[in-house]
Write a protein that binds this ligand. Sequence first.
Ligand code: COA
Length: 204
Amino acid sequence: MSNNPKVNMSIQATKKVNGLADPTKPFSSFMKYNKNDLDMKMKFIKAPAMNTFLKAKVFSMVKDNMMETYKKCPWGWNGKDKRAELFHKDSRYILVQHSSNNSIAAFVHFRFDIENLIEVLYLYEIQIDKDVRGKGLGRYLMSLLETIAFHYKMKRIVLTVLKSEEDVVKFYFSLQYEIESYSPEDAFYYILSKKKKTLELVKN
Ligand SMILES: CC(C)(COP(=O)(O)OP(=O)(O)OC[C@H]1O[C@@H](n2cnc3c(N)ncnc32)[C@H](O)[C@@H]1OP(=O)(O)O)[C@@H](O)C(=O)NCCC(=O)NCCS
């Protein structure tokens, strides 16, 4: 608890939404993506409910997509730390599966958390398999997350992106993310955020 009543309210707001069994429930009819040749279904899961097989799959997607990039930046790659972050008790996931065979093609890892004294939805990870990129799935997942975040009255969506990942930075800028006021100017990463909903969640 803090001495600041505003911060206490933020802590309470985060606790409440963290306690929900499934925060995607009000949006269950949007938990699919049938567009641009893709036929995908989505499900929500908390990290502590993931089995070993699922954890291995999630970890290998992150490793395959990110290890080389991390190695080239001051963070470096530390598998143990990455695992701890991915499967932290507060980690929340939306998994995207091919409807045809249930194989996982994408996921988002997010948390409801306090950042800079306010309640936020923090996007830790968005990972999409190479063969399903460029088909609007990333944008759709971001519109779903935005809808969830502001439905539960989070004050921001926040994420960190490496400046060297120019395509990914472009992706977030195309979704109207902005550089946060406290994003360090001389760092190798940006902290990006969004204060209000701009993406429409479209039935598909
Ligand atoms: C970045 C990523 C999430 C984008 O997802 P996606 O499904 O391929 O993107 P979409 O098809 O929804 O594209 C959405 C918008 O971003 C833009 N965009 C997507 N990929 C882009 C790229 N490589 N370069 C420039 N713009 C890009 C698109 O032009 C599109 O803009 P529009 O809606 O105005 O047409 C996906 O490529 C990915 O998972 N990459 C590897 C993992 C990663 O780096 N994750 C981020 C770090 S955690």
